[in-house]
Ligand binder design. Structure first.
Ligand SMILES: Nc1ncnc2c1ncn2[C@@H]1O[C@H](C[S@+](CC[C@H]([NH3+])C(=O)[O-])CC(=O)[O-])[C@@H](O)[C@H]1O
Length: 324
C-alpha cells in the first residue's frame, strides 16, 4: 500500500508550510484511498516487494535521466528490471536505476528543459506539481534545490512508480499524493510555485482549474502552466467534437492569446508565453517500457500536422504568470 507517514511526520513540524493543512489532507486521503480497493494494486505492491535491496551511493536529479547509482550484480539488475516491468506502462521519465534505463513513453526531460530555462531559481521554494504523473518533474524540481515538492495525481499507479524510483533516489522532501487539484484544501496559499503541466485540457471547466491553482499560491507566487493550444488569435478555442489525438477527455484548446486572457482574467498578472512546441514523434513514442500505441498512431498517417481526427497536431504552450 501507499504509505503517507513520512509526509505527515514532516507536516507535524509547525514550521512546515503545509502544517496547517495536515488534518484536512489526511481526512481527504482517507476518504478517497482505501488500500487495495483498486483491483491491480496487489500486483503493484508485489512489484515493489520484488525490488532488490541495493545501497544507493549517489543520485543525480539534474541530468536528463533521474539517476541512482551504486554497486550492483548482474543478478540484481535482472531482478530490478523484472520488478520495474511489473509497473508497466512507464509513461513519464526517463530514469536510470543502477544502470537499468527506464526508457519511458515521454522524454519528459525535453519538456523540463523547455520549461526550466524560464523559471528563475527554485532553490528553497515550496512547490506544488498538479498532475505530476510518476513524479519525474518533481524529482527534477528537488534537483534544482526546492525545499519541499508536493506532487498530486489521481492515478494510483503513478504513485507506485514513484515509490519504486524513490526507494533508490531517496528524495525525502518529495511527496506524491493521490489527489486531484479539486480535492486540495481551499485557499492553501502556501506554495511559492505551482506547476500544472498537461492538465488544463483535461478539465471541463478551465477557469475553475485556474482558480484552484491561484489559491494554492502565496500572493506573488508563480504559476507555470503548460497545456495544449491551437494556432489563432484572441477568441480562438477548439472544443473537439469527441476525441482529440484519440484521447477522450480533452475539452478546451485555446490559442496562446486566448490562454493569456484566461490566465489574466483568473487573477494572475505578468502572464507571458515562454514556449510553444509541437510534440515530435521522438518525444512521445512506444518503447519497451510502454509498449502500447503512442503519438505516431494518433496522427494522420498522411499528414503529421494533423491528428487522426483532423485537428491540429498536439502543440503545447508554457505560460508563466504571477499571482496578484
Ligand atoms: N484534476 C486533476 N488533478 C490532478 N491531476 C490530474 C487531474 N486530472 C488529470 N490529472 C493527471 O494529470 C496528468 C496529465 S499528463 C501530464 C503529466 C506531467 N505533468 C507532464 O507534464 O508530463 C498529460 C500528458 O500526458 O501530458 C495525468 O497523470 C492525470 O492523471
Amino acid at each position: 500500500m501507499i504509505n503517507f507517514d513520512e509526509f505527515f511526520r514532516q507536516l507535524a513540524d509547525s514550521d512546515h508550510p503545509l502544517h496547517p493543512f495536515a488534518e484536512q489532507i489526511n481526512t481527504t486521503i482517507n476518504s478517497i484511498y482505501t488500500p487495495y480497493s483498486h483491483g491491480d494494486e496487489i500486483s503493484w505492491q508485489q512489484a515493489i516487494e520484488q525490488l532488490p535491496e541495493l545501497s544507493t551511493e549517489s543520485t543525480d536529479l539534474n541530468s536528463s535521466a533521474v539517476t541512482a547509482r551504486g554497486a550492483v550484480s548482474e543478478n540484481q539488475q535482472q531482478q530490478l528490471h523484472k520488478a520495474l516491468m511489473g509497473l508497466h506502462p512507464w509513461r513519464k521519465g526517463p530514469f536510470d536505476l543502477f544502470d537499468v534505463y527506464i526508457d519511458t513513453e515521454w522524454r519528459s526531460d525535453w519538456k523540463w528543459q523547455r520549461v526550466a530555462a524560464h523559471l528563475g531559481s527554485l532553490r528553497y521554494k515550496n512547490i506544488l506539481d498538479v498532475g505530476c504523473g510518476s513524479g519525474y518533474h518533481c524529482l527534477r524540481m528537488a534537483g534544482a534545490g526546492a525545499n519541499t515538492v508536493v506532487g498530486i495525481d489521481p492515478s494510483l499507479k503513478f504513485l507506485y512508480q514513484f515509490k519504486a524510483i524513490n526507494y533508490y533516489t531517496q528524495a525525502n522532501n518529495v511527496h506524491l499524493l493521490p489527489l486531484k487539484s479539486e480535492q486540495l484544501p481551499y485557499r492553501m496559499q502556501c506554495f511559492d510555485t505551482v506547476f500544472s503541466m498537461g492538465v488544463l485540457y483535461h478539465r471541463k471547466s478551465p477557469f475553475e482549474h485556474l482558480e484552484e491553482l491561484k489559491y494554492t499560491l502565496k500572493p506573488g507566487g508563480q504559476l507555470v502552466l503548460e497545456t495544449l493550444v491551437v494556432d489563432g488569435g484572441l477568441h480562438t478555442v477548439l472544443v473537439p467534437d469527441d476525441r482529440y489525438a484519440q484521447m477522450r477527455n480533452v475539452w478546451f484548446l485555446p490559442s496562446c492569446d486566448e490562454l493569456l486572457r484566461w490566465v489574466e482574467r483568473a487573477g494572475f498578472i505578468n502572464a507571458k508565453v515562454v514556449d510553444v512546441d509541437t510534440t515530435k514523434l521522438e518525444e512521445q513514442r512506444s518503447t519497451d517500457w510502454m509498449n502500447y500505441q503512442s503519438l505516431q498512431d494518433f496522427l494522420d498517417p498522411n499528414d503529421h500536422a494533423k491528428t487522426v481526427e483532423g485537428y491540429q497536431a498536439p502543440t503545447r504552450a508554457t505560460i508563466i504568470a504571477t499571482r496578484k
